[in-house]
Design a protein around this ligand. Structure first.
Ligand SMILES: *Cc1c(COP(=O)(O)O)cnc(C)c1O
Length: 233
């Protein structure tokens, strides 16, 4: 991908986001585009920055830390991948949101590490809606008890939910998963737990983000459609 390709892709995606919002009478400002730059070099990120993108999603701590040094432009980073507890200590002050909290031990470690810096971590809970054993995420039926456990952590604020549904060719087939996540968030909001707000729904990727927006996504995580196919990994 050249810098020009990346700029063109971003412009197309922003238009598609606006069109999907219009179908539902949503304000496009309520949907944030997370440009998923994992496995792509710092130059690709800088090209996206030059095209006006200022929010990026990364999935691998070591790779992220290397890029952090190379990208000096004022951007925000979200951590969207599976996070090993022993790597959480590298992230306070560097990421503004973690999308992928899926177990108590991780939540505890994040709270502990952010506390050391006098900060509170904004996080999303990853929900496994597909019931796929191979995937991470809290089962829908365990979400409420999980939230009740983690609200006791002093330096962690739950801002919403994230899901990574099964890959299905037809985005329409993914719609029920997105709807389910929104309904779950609505129910959790009604519990009015302290330190839990449910304003963010992180759902939708390159091939299905328009449907996700129709179902209420506030954060769409898009990699391939911006930066091209990933290599390695
Ligand atoms: C890689 C990744 C994405 C981006 O997927 P694309 O299909 O390339 O848009 C989104 N979310 C998560 C959690 C990812 O790991």
């Amino acid at each position: 991908m050249t810098a020009m390709d990346i700029a063109v892709n971003l412009a197309r995606i922003r238009t598609e986001i606006a069109v999907a919002c219009a179908r539902r009478g949503r304000d496009p400002a309520t949907v944030r585009l997370v440009a998923v730059s994992k496995t792509h070099p710092a130059e690709a990120i800088l090209a996206a920055c030059a095209a006006g993108q200022d929010l990026f999603g990364e999935s691998y701590v070591q790779e992220f830390l290397t890029k952090l040094e190379a990208v000096t432009a004022p951007v925000q980073w979200h951590y969207i991948g599976h996070l090993q507890s022993n790597k959480a200590r590298y992230l306070p002050g560097e990421v503004t949101l973690i999308h992928s909290v899926d177990r108590l031990s991780l939540a505890e470690e994040i709270s502990r590490q952010w506390q050391k810096h006098g900060l509170t971590a904004d996080v999303l809970i990853e929900v496994n809606l597909g019931g796929e054993a191979s995937k991470s995420g809290v089962d829908a039926v365990e979400l409420e008890p999980f939230l009740r456990q983690i609200v006791t952590l002093p330096n962690l604020a739950v801002r919403g939910l994230m899901t990574l549904p099964p890959y299905l060719d037809d985005p329409e087939d993914v719609r029920p998963y997105f709807r389910r996540l929104r309904e779950l968030a609505d129910r959790m909001k009604e519990l009015a737990l302290p330190g839990v707000t449910m304003q963010e729904l992180s759902m939708g990727m390159s091939h299905d983000f328009a449907v996700a927006i129709e179902e209420g996504a506030t954060l769409v995580r898009i990699g391939t459609a911006i930066f091209g196919e990933r290599e390695g990994r």
